[in-house]
Design a protein around this ligand. Sequence first.
Ligand code: PLP
Length: 446
Amino acid sequence: MKTLELPPFDHQPKPYTGPSLETVVNLRKQYLTPSLLTYYKNPIMIVEGSMQYVYDEKGRRYLDAFGGIVTISVGHCHPYVLKKIREQMETLQHATTIYLHPVIGEYGEMLAHKMPGNLSVCYFVNSGSEANELALLMARLYTGNYDVIALRNAYHGGSAATMGLSAHSTWKYNLPHSFGVHHAIAPNPYRGPWGHDDPDAGAKYAADVQNLIELATPGQVAAFVAESIQGVGGALVYPDGFLSNAYRYCREAGGVCIADEVQTGFGRMGSHYWGFETQGVIPDIVTMAKGIGNGLPLAAVVTTPEIAQILTQRIHFNTFGGNPVSCAGGKAVLEVIDQEHLQQNSLEMGNHLMAGFKKLMSKHDIIGDCRGKGLMTGVELVTDRHSKKPASEQCARVFEHAKELGLLIGKGGFHGNVLRIKPPMCITRPDVDYIIEVLDIALSGL
Ligand SMILES: Cc1ncc(COP(=O)(O)O)c(C=O)c1O
């Protein structure tokens, strides 16, 4: 098998002294839930990370182009983020919001200043699922309505209510969880009825949201919920005009609009700080997680003062929400994104990546579509461009081969035929060239 040299990088991993890979596999088999999934036929053990690279127990370096599932936003173990976390950790690790602490308010202010419109009130939680649960609760209380419109091919989490919002059978257990949730057609210009050649595609897909509201609900809804680009669903970018029209129909039916920015926020889009901005809309509630904490268990719901007020009807409490260590880390992440111009880097590296995908597409017929914005990208493989039959098995082989060549990427879409490339935003031009070279070799080897 051909070998390739990763771009040079000045970091020496510490000698690994922990249990062997076999022991870790056995521990996991014996003591952890069998529902856990590992990537790769021979799973790899990641024991160290530095910026856009990770290391296995043997000290082998990999380019991490998936960022721990789109979570490492500014780089593994980013020194400034670590410094701020460590300082807070050594001073006060936990107290909860029943006492005052400066960092949560300061962080709330910083995050609110990143938001457009009247989105100025933050509620901190620990995961994307929790954030979406809370957003749903607020929307239902605020509007007095129950029904919700979500999208097919969406992923919003694994808790009861967010499993209901998600729309891939893969993630839905066979028990009631979707009461009141209606899923509109996924606005998929590659596979859906209206394609890239139709300038009105966005409005046409949004008409299904209107139709659902009219026919499947009491005509009144609590919310319309959508990722700004569908992540787990395979980096699906909506046609222009989709969200603006869907938001209009939702608001006309008394609902609020929820943007799930769990994967798309914090500059990853390159052209904009938030994914919803690429569609020219301002939501009423925004949920965020993953990249917000660069690996810390941190998530947030940001909304307007009017909507936030609704939770005062009862006490809503979250033990770790607003934890000082997570908030100190979250503040540092916001600072690093600005100081290191990572949004701009996402734009430039994202454009370079997309140009590379286009070249691969002209060489490899198996690529049916390449899409994305900034560093939120996907390459969809099909057995032939006419039938668009998902090339799931080939996708798995490319994915394995890339790992052998030192490149970690993600895999998604309902049929597992989309390569997901969503690296930390600190990625460099030689890294992007490396990604393209690896994919070229792996696709040529099919
Ligand atoms: C768009 C989106 N929303 C919500 C979630 C759920 O986040 P968590 O796994 O932190 O609960 C995910 C997780 O992948 C996601 O991609």
